[in-house]
Write a protein that binds this ligand. Sequence first.
Ligand SMILES: [Zn+2]
Length: 198
Amino acid sequence: MRRLRSISCALACTALAAFGSAAAAGDCRPAALEKLRAAAPAGFAIYQQIKDKKFFLNWISCDEADFGLPTAVHESVHYITAETDAFPLIHGGQLKRPHEVSAFFAPSLIAGKFKANDFVSTYLRPGSASSSTDFLYLLDELNAYTHDLNAAVNFKSRVADEGEAQVDHRDGLSADGVRRALCRAGGGERTCDLARLA
Ligand SMILES: [Zn+2]
């Protein structure tokens, strides 16, 4: 569902005000949310949409470029998809999950068609993520990465506008892939379950 900019602003102010004390303690989350709101409105809409704000905030990392916000958006898209049984779309609205595609071939069958890389081993190799056996979850990843990359490109454009050094988001994606793989290896954590990485 599309959200009016004025509503977004009102909600942003409320959310940011809630972190007033955290900011005083040196918490980067208020700054991260403000950056998301200002530079990546579609990513901020995901933060607004997710009911469990803690889930989103737990993915924020003060030590990472862009505070790890593309990853927070990515994992929250998975969360929302699971809760609503629908894919949230970049420009608002949603698409009901087409469960019939679960009858398609297992995506792991095409893993050998690609050069080995983190994405193939994480999402297509047999025994890895749900996306290797169920086409529906490959669509889930495609949608999550669309939001993820959109946020990253928004940030990169912003940095370019401000004349600062640019960060190669491909490096960030590789790091995200490794982190998600580690998350999966840990097993049992709610975040991993919701992201369907197990
Ligand atoms: Zn994912």
